[in-house]
Design a protein around this ligand. Structure first.
Ligand code: PHE
Length: 359
């Protein structure tokens, strides 16, 4: 059931929403600033077709809150935000450039309170265009002062996370002969497949885009799984790397994996789904912890001036953080989601900005 825009705004715990209707393109722009408690609200710009503008706003709000937790757990001195461009169809060419320019003006209006970057259906070249109107766009090409796509480093973080989850569930991080099913092989999932294959895993992939699947089959000999069969395919690790809300009351009882660990944002349809996974004996790597690699890349390199070595360390730290969260959840008898939220809240409620969260 869709809530109205008024209901969504009234029910949100974030700091504010900026909205703009772009009459020329029939597009709604929403920027959700969830929290600036630890620093400027950072999060990507998602471009998508939604059934209603309210669905787009709701997505921006949920994703913005996820960014607050993501940055907090990753120890970044930044807050959480997210933008949605709810378009009637994905624009290309001059239309796209036009829309992105006006969106850049909206971002600039916030004077750095919100800083954007790539997300679903937006990429580095889009950030170059937005960057013609505002300084607050991460992920521009190096010629334009940025450090490029965050997809590959998001995948590196997820790979560390998968190893940590396998180690926790099976006693060794070794991926040889473990089966990993990667759902969605775009900018992040495709890179993840490559890392997993190199690490000796048996990899299966699924994507609505048959060309992407065929390409990976040809390059790495991976198995292909039809979209409709993902949920009940036997595997050690299920790695959702496409849209969110894939873990819900209907899908969880069908899962035949030991671990869910993937890059998609907002994988749980509702908070109760974390408990459903736990009851099913499935180890869940909270999405906002395992997929922080993109944020570490963009914010670390572009805002904090990290070296490549520091970034590599921090990406590996995603595995360490997850191990702590898994151990904590076991000890306390909570879900891993609750354990991860507790880490975020310690930092948000009391931790000094700029320090890593304790435990
Ligand atoms: N959209 C990505 C994410 O959800 C990357 C990103 C991080 C973009 C931080 C902007 C700022 O993590």
């Amino acid at each position: 059931m869709t809530s109205s825009i008024e209901e969504l705004i009234a029910g949100w715990d974030g700091e504010g929403v900026v909205s703009h209707y772009d009459a020329e393109h029939g597009a709604w722009m929403f920027i959700g600033v969830h929290s600036t408690r630890l620093g400027p609200a950072c999060g990507g710009t998602r471009m998508r077709v939604y059934d209603t503008p309210a669905d787009g706003l709701s997505d921006a709000m949920r994703l913005a809150a996820g960014m607050t937790f993501k940055c907090a757990v990753a120890g970044l001195p930044t807050g959480g935000g997210k933008a949605v461009l709810a378009v009637p169809e994905l624009p290309v060419g001059a239309d796209r450039q036009d829309l992105l320019h006006r969106y850049g003006d909206l971002v600039e209006m916030l004077r750095g309170t919100y800083r954007t970057g790539p997300d679903m259906n937006t990429n580095g070249p889009d950030m170059d265009v937005i960057g013609e109107r505002t300084a607050y766009a991460f992920g521009r090409s190096s010629g334009n002062g940025g450090r490029g796509s965050s997809g590959p480093d998001t995948a590196v973080g997820v790979w560390h996370g998968i190893r940590a989850a396998v180690a926790h569930a099976a006693g060794s991080a070794e991926l040889t002969d473990r089966t990993v099913l990667v759902q969605g092989v775009g900018g992040v999932g495709g890179e993840l497949v490559e890392l997993l294959v190199k690490d000796g895993a048996r990899v299966a992939v699924s994507d609505l885009d048959g060309e992407r699947v065929a390409d990976l089959q040809q390059r790495f000999g991976v198995m292909a799984v039809p979209a409709g069969a993902v949920v009940d395919t036997d595997c050690d690790v299920y790695a959702p790397c496409a849209t969110g809300a894939v873990l819900c009351a209907e899908t969880i009882p069908q899962l035949r994996c030991r671990i869910v660990a993937g890059a998609a944002n907002n994988q749980l349809a509702t908070p109760a789904d974390a408990a459903r996974l736990r009851a099913a004996g499935i180890l869940y790597a909270p999405d906002f912890v395992i997929n922080a690699g993109g944020a570490l890349h963009l914010i670390g390199l572009e805002l904090l001036g990290w070296s490549d070595a520091t970034l590599a360390d921090r990406l590996a730290g995603i595995g360490t953080t997850l191990t702590e969260i898994f151990t904590h959840a076991d000890a306390q008898g909570t879900t891993t989601e609750e354990a991860a939220e507790a880490v975020a809240l310690v930092r948000l409620d009391g931790g000094p900005a700029g320090s890593r969260p304790a435990g």
